[in-house]
Design a protein around this ligand. Sequence first.
Ligand code: AMP
Ligand code: MG
Length: 498
Amino acid sequence: MNRATFAAKAYAKVTTMETSVQFEQTYRQLPERFYSNEYAKAASAPSLLAFNEDLAASLGLPKNWIADEEVLALLSGRRQLEDPPPLSMHYAGHQFGHFNPSLGDGRAILIGEIVSPDGRRFDVQLKGSGPTTHSRGGDGLAPLGPVIREYLMSEFMFRVGVPTSRSLAAIATGDSVYRERTEPGGILTRVASSHIRFGTFQYFAARADQDALERLVTYVIDRHYPECAAAEQPALALLEAITLRTARLIAAWQALGFIHGVMNTDNMLICGETIDYGPCALMDTFRADQVFSSIDQGSRYAFHQQPGIGQWNLMALADALLPMIRGDQDTKIALAKGALETYAPAFQAAYAAQTAAKLGLAHEEAPQESESQFQSLLVCMQSNQLDYTQTFIELERGLMEEAPVRESLKPWFDDWLKTLPLDKDSAIRAMRRANPSIIARNHQIEFAIAEAYQKNDLSRFHGLLGAIKTPFDRTHLESPFATPPQPEETVLRTFCGT
Ligand code: AMP
Ligand code: MG
């Protein structure tokens, strides 16, 4: 593996009043059949909804970068980068179990990569900036509602420590988008470690393009998994490394109560970050088989299915990587299977550590029973229709003797007290680090979107955004944003807004 191949070949500079930002495109080192050149559709009257100053700072951009007209123009498609222009990536994917060999970025374009001051490389994409080569009849646009949802959800996920793509800016375009009704349009500036998907490998495997697969493996190892370069079988080591990251990612979702909603292989990133905040939601009342997505008719992506689907998706990835593994057919398959077998124990270990922390135990001191204890808590929550997030807060307050736990939790609570290490204070500290007091609740997101649509009022959006930035802060318990929905407020269905 030659690291020199990674030097950026193509870059465009965005020079604004104060700064000169270099947008590289190392993705162009890959052959032209990996991408298409694209241009954004210019928003007719862009206005800023939100700019993520903290993210900007971590990328080495000025906190007030967006104050520069040129930057708003860039992020709303009014100013085009040239030499090189933006690109859309080619990929395939299993959608609800069915393979589609030609998907690709239909409503997103990569404007370039930024290297942060700490040396990490990030893709910067515009999502909703108009049709591309891959739009397949779609308009390539995004209504403002899904842009607001993604901005809130991705920021929340980041703040609770779940690997995720992030949102740098949300912009209203001033143009209409036609769905079931006319909606205001938006563009989200999305930042991820890269946007290479399981489906990117599947795209070239489906075409039996060995050369492309080889180059992609090299690129991905170089960019995300340099430790695999020295392995005897780099593609196999890569498969195992992606398996581990995916297992950890999904364990974090399960511990948090996050339902992705559309875990197609084109929505799974090789770098192990959460992406594609379409019909996703965080659970209020715990129900293991909860589904929100309006398009998930068969409940394929229900909450309790997610760990198994993660493994299923990795199997699809393994299939695509098989031509890159050396050996006769039986050997290749046995090796790939071996790599996939690391999934279950990695998931289990990560989930056990996170759930033990939620119960006030450091993993090292977690008794063997803590896993079954957690399972029995879930059963108790489900049969009593308890709110997932608030239950842990209730346990914490019970432990602090601030408020007694409800009757239905009492037997479980008493058992738990017996297994806790003597030191209550350290248990409480662990719980405060592991259990958010506020989450980006679905009904609150819907309220924020409704106010933006109906009254052009963003105060609820900004209020909610401000609160979820410090999800472990217990002062939020007084906030209306932290409260579970009233029965009539409960959101039963989410839509991806495509
Ligand atoms: P998703 O399941 O939301 O990730 O989308 C699946 C595929 O449909 C991807 O290739 C998207 O780029 C494409 N797509 C979704 N929405 C649109 C749209 N409004 N216009 C064009 N392509 C879209
Ligand atoms: Mg997608």
